[in-house]
Design a protein around this ligand. Structure first.
Ligand code: COA
Length: 259
């Protein structure tokens, strides 16, 4: 996608008339971006207050890019001007468009990358992590992975464990985010297992879910891993259309805006 506009018409049109389960994953690399008046003007009054008063300076750009990305993507999908979009959160903090629509979206941000996944009519969750988090995740394994996941992880050759730890954590977050309950879901109540070409999930009965409804996809974006989780029911396998966006509100040549 070029720098010309927020989302090209072609891109917006892909929401209409698609057969099968095509999910869209949009991402923005934040390195080198600077806040601009155009980007800040897209914030709602509440977001603007939060941006200026409550977001720590080192997180402000990530916050701003996230808001602009979400408004840009949803505006194209729903045909609503970006500044007119309103959001509400469920009791666990998951944002949804207000008033509700059929569109499901979810956001994740981490140093260097902001992602937004969208799909009409199917519950989804997304998470992104830096591969460099592997050592910390390996240390946290007893707290964040189920017994089965830990057993599988530590049965791997040592050189494969770091990668598996990041994969597991990113998948687990994508699932708890798709369920909309975040860390209110205990992380040992579900387990991922892997076979060639397939990622499966087993869930404890108390989660009131069926593992075989879920599809998961992993996308590597340089130093980042992204996981998309989707409740596909009995539908055909999903695919993920990955698009890098160069948001025009952060376009080159605009003067830096003081924080
Ligand atoms: C949701 C959660 C797993 C996110 O994990 P993370 O890796 O730190 O952050 P990510 O960047 O991947 O995701 C953050 C985004 O997820 C979304 N999100 C927040 N809560 C969510 C939830 N319960 N379900 C799905 N998505 C959620 C938001 O869009 C958020 O970004 P934003 O605050 O900029 O809008 C984690 O923050 C969590 O569970 N928090 C618990 C919050 C909670 O229980 N609150 C109680 C009542 S408020």
């Amino acid at each position: 996608m070029g720098r010309a506009g927020p989302l090209s018409r072609d891109c917006a049109d892909t929401y209409a008339g698609i057969a099968g389960l095509l999910f869209h994953l949009y991402y923005v690399r934040t390195e080198g971006l600077q806040a601009t008046p155009a980007a800040i003007s897209l914030l709602s009054a509440d977001e603007s207050v939060r941006y200026r008063r409550f977001i720590p300076p080192e997180k402000r750009l990530e916050y701003l890019v996230t808001r602009v990305l979400v408004r840009t993507v949803l505006s194209a999908a729903l045909g609503t001007p970006p500044g007119d979009l309103r959001f509400s959160c469920n009791e666990w903090g998951r944002p949804e468009v207000e008033p509700p629509t059929e569109l499901s979206f979810n956001i994740s941000h981490t140093p260097g990358l902001v992602v937004c996944a969208v799909r009409q009519g199917h519950t989804l969750g997304v998470d992104t992590e830096l591969f460099s988090r592997a050592p910390a995740l390996l240390e946290l394994a007893p707290q964040v992975f189920s017994r089965q996941e830990q057993a599988d992880l530590f049965a791997l050759p040592r050189e494969e464990r770091a990668h598996r730890a990041v994969v597991l954590w990113t998948l687990k977050e994508s699932y708890i985010k798709a369920r909309g309950r975040g860390l209110a879901i205990a992380l040992d109540l579900f387990s991922f297992h892997f076979s060639p070409g397939h990622i499966g999930i087993e869930v404890a009965p108390c989660l009131d879910d069926q593992g075989n409804r879920w599809e998961f996809r992993l996308v590597v974006l340089g130093p980042h891993l992204v996981a998309v989780a989707a409740d596909c029911g009995n539908s055909v396998a999903m695919s993920v259309n990955v698009t890098e966006l160069h948001l025009s509100a952060f376009g080159a040549g605009e003067p830096p805006f003081p924080d």
